[in-house]
Design a protein around this ligand. Structure first.
Ligand code: FES
Length: 539
């Protein structure tokens, strides 16, 4: 940024540098000075309606809205003078006149800006002696969102979201003056693909999430930064999980996903499809222990036994039929670290020849020109970089049917979603040993000789490479169910059972190896990736 584009101003006695068009509120924020606000949101247009952000600016007689006032050279701003604080208290007193004060049953309690600012600036003796105005409560306005008009402070963030971001315009301010209220337009439903974001941006408890409602108090939630695996965009998310033991699952479990700001990937937003997909993590179909046997005759086994049998079958195939009879069907749901280890073991260690990762998609998939991508996998780009062929698995299945593949290492995919179930069954019947490595029990896992339960994205550390070539970290928020383990541990155990150990490297160590061997990842490590990732060198 050139010097001519910057201005220097003073905020609360501190000298602050800011870009010319920046507002006082944003300049203060960048200097770590928080000015209370309701209607301002960095991802939306500015309306300056709530008056909570008023500050004193030297040489201007009245308090000014810091969210709508651009910075100027030499400006002197004071955010906590008695007059500014008195204004905040008055605004709060007005906002709380008709507020139901139902914090004990409100999901926003603990992260509500009415509560927080009241404790910081309110704390007054209320002068309102009338009956509070009654409005609609707990009104389902769409598949994911509940509206409580009594709690609303009319900041209009949700209305602007539907006008400016989702561009669907379902919400509006109805009536005028003291009768004003947020509501859905007649005959409409808040059912756009991004509807859950209005809950994130509501600063109070007026819009709550039907999925999260009454599930967990927010002060019991821990948070882990991660990446949504729902499509190749790789929206940055926070995984919120209960930090206490949850007796329903005998462990810590996930309660919600929230978007995490990344200017280059998803801005402040995420789609509903990704937001609510976390339920799959606790699905009844999760594999919880290794098992041996085929077509329903599966018997639980210890990891050691499952690995010994898999390694025996693999060695036998290599000795009797050679590496052309070994095939790997990896998955673009796997992390870079898993794919790298899989490649290291099967291609470099055992010289196997058939490496695929993509299975054709039979269902129609939704995509748009905002965030949602048609490729519903987080790491197709990574799979291609590690040399897995993406042409599809038709040829692989044909080879299986012809009896040319004797050992198949199949990761994650349910082939019956892409091919006729009878055809898959017949093809796998010709394979002498099929190992299934993945998180779910499904018709394809049912046909395998060994099933190796793998962790999902929220249960392991690693990285995904999104469609832009941005390498981003995921982190383990909760432990995997039962005896399931992260994919790189499964591959390391198999390598050990084969007598060609890969070493029990942590994901960070494996990633350092990737950076050393693959030029597009050169110079990267978990530290440099940070929270927002890095583009591949060739990306
Ligand atoms: Fe400035 Fe609302 S945040 S007026």
């Amino acid at each position: 940024m050139s010097e001519s584009e910057m201005v220097t101003l003073t905020i609360d006695g501190r000298s602050v540098q800011a870009v010319k068009a920046t507002t006082v509120l944003e300049a203060a924020r960048s200097a770590g000075i928080e000015i209370p606000h309701y209607c301002y949101h960095p991802g939306l247009s500015i309306v300056g309606s709530c008056r909570m952000c008023l500050v004193e600016i030297e040489k201007i007689p009245k308090l000014q809205p810091s969210c709508a006032t651009p910075v100027a050279e030499g400006m002197v701003v004071r955010t906590r003078t008695p007059e500014a604080v008195r204004n905040r208290q008055s605004v709060l007193e007005f906002l709380l006149l008709n507020h139901p004060l139902d914090c004990p049953v409100c999901d926003q309690a603990g992260e509500c800006e009415l509560q927080n600012y009241y404790m910081d600036f309110g704390c007054y003796d209320p002068r309102f002696n009338e009956n509070k105005k009654k409005r609609k409560k707990a009104l389902p306005i769409g598949p994911h969102v509940i509206l409580d008009q009594e709690r609303c402070i009319l900041c209009t963030r949700c209305v602007r979201f539907t006008q400016e971001i989702s561009r669907t315009g379902e919400l509006g301010v109805h009536d005028r003056g003291h009768l004003s209220e947020i509501d859905i337009f007649p005959g409409k439903e808040l059912d756009n693909p991004y509807s859950g974001n209005v809950v994130d941006i509501c600063p109070v408890g007026a819009l709550t999430d039907r999925d999260f409602r009454f599930q967990c108090r927010v002060w019991f939630l821990g948070s882990a930064p991660s990446v949504c695996p729902g499509c190749s965009r790789g929206c940055n998310i926070e995984i919120h999980y209960n930090e206490r033991f949850d007796p329903r699952y005998h462990d810590r479990r996930i309660h919600r996903l929230k978007p995490r700001f990344n200017r280059d990937v998803n801005g402040h937003w995420m789609c509903d499809e990704g937001r609510y997909a976390y339920h799959a993590i606790d699905a009844a179909e999760r594999l919880r222990a290794p098992s041996l046997g085929r077509e329903g005759a599966h018997m639980p086994a210890e990891w050691q036994e499952a690995m010994r049998r898999t390694a025996e079958a693999l060695k036998h195939t290599l000795e009797t039929h050679g590496p052309t009879a070994v095939a790997v069907l990896a998955s673009p749901q796997m992390t870079n670290e898993e794919l790298f280890q899989l490649r290291g073991l099967f291609r470099e260690g055992l010289h196997a020849e058939h490496f695929e990762y993509r299975v054709p998609v039979r269902e129609s998939v939704y995509s748009d020109d905002f965030l949602i991508r048609a490729d519903k996998n987080p790491n197709g780009r990574g799979a291609e970089l590690f040399g897995f062929a993406g042409a599809g698995s038709d040829d692989l299945l044909r080879r299986c049917s012809e009896g040319r593949i004797r050992f198949l290492y199949l990761c994650h995919h349910d082939l019956t979603r892409a091919y006729d179930a009878g055809m898959v069954r017949d093809a796998l019947a010709q394979v002498r040993f099929t190992a299934y490595h993945g998180p779910f029990d499904h018709p394809t896992a049912f046909l395998a000789d060994v099933r190796l339960p793998a962790a999902m994205y929220a249960e392991e550390a690693g990285t995904f490479t999104n469609f832009q070539g941005r390498v981003q970290r995921i982190s383990a928020a909760v432990p995997p169910p039962g005896k399931a383990v992260p994919g790189i541990e499964i591959i390391a155990m198999l390598a050990e059972a084969l007598g060609t150990p890969l070493g029990k490297g942590s994901p960070a160590q494996v990633f350092r190896e990737i950076a050393a061997k693959f030029p597009p990842f050169e110079g990267m490590d978990y530290e440099t990736l940070g929270d927002s990732g890095q583009l591949l060198k060739s990306g």
